[in-house]
Design a protein around this ligand. Sequence first.
Ligand code: ATP
Ligand code: MG
Length: 289
Amino acid sequence: MPENFFLSEEILEQIIDSGNRTIMVIGASDSGKTTFVEQIAKICSLTRKTAIVDIDPGQSHIGPPTTVAWGMVEKKEFEGWEKLKIKGFYFVGDTSPTGNLLPVITGARLMWDEAIRQADKVILDTTGLVRGNIGKILKLHLIDLLKPEVIFALYREDELEHILSFFRGVKFPRIFKLPVPSDVILKDFTLRRNYRQKKFRDYFKFAREIEFIPEEIGISKNLSPDYLNMRLISLRDKNNQDIALGIIKELNKRKDRVVVYSPVSNPERVGAVVFGRLKLTLEGVEMRF
Ligand SMILES: Nc1ncnc2c1ncn2[C@@H]1O[C@H](COP(=O)(O)OP(=O)(O)OP(=O)(O)O)[C@@H](O)[C@H]1O
Ligand SMILES: [Mg+2]
């Protein structure tokens, strides 16, 4: 990727400093957050074991959309998101944090716990939801829970001030503001939806039909086909950990089997199901109503 942020000596020092184990990048949509995270990952991974937590359930780079996920930068160098192996994910159930703050926050903390246990440095990519009170609540609580030593705030005009002003009298975390470069490319709704569609399609490419006994995985027989059919779900193992996403095909006529499309490798491990808030085709087309 040719684009890069200009990094002053001071910022470079903050990135490299071994005491700064968790580095958070915040900014509105299309402010260059993910590109900046890549740049930090490239620098950190040269000398430290580096992990990235992707707290964006929409334009996801680690794992499929609707999840918060983390991965380890292998081979001492960041070589692109495709090469980054996903180490764990938490199902948010939707592609937007709006209306889903609890699962986003819970997933972020759980993924960070794992990442910080296994890596020297953890870089946090966040969603572009910064506006208004909801953006402020999300960011302040993420910061409280994940305790980054350093926050890089990518700003245009004063769009982050209602969040950053909170920290005016605070020494920790240290906050560095960087202006969004004027040549950052804006992604419209269609481009974002197409990106998600491709990620979903790739994820379900090797999905197959699997049958479960509904009551064995906590699915009530009383749920209507209208609610169930084509609903995106997460399959959890018997320790209540997310292991794979699935799409419900149908509850059969006798209601004694539920058929699910999923790439899950060991269906016998499944112990529970979390329902998402959207329906999905195997081609990754989102259906909302
Ligand atoms: N420093 C930069 N200079 C020029 N172009 C950039 C720079 N940073 C990012 N870009 C380009 O701008 C676009 C948006 O960047 P990026 O995806 O990193 O932003 P984001 O804030 O993560 O967006 P999102 O809201 O989707 O998460 C990309 O096409 C990227 O290549
Ligand atoms: Mg991004």
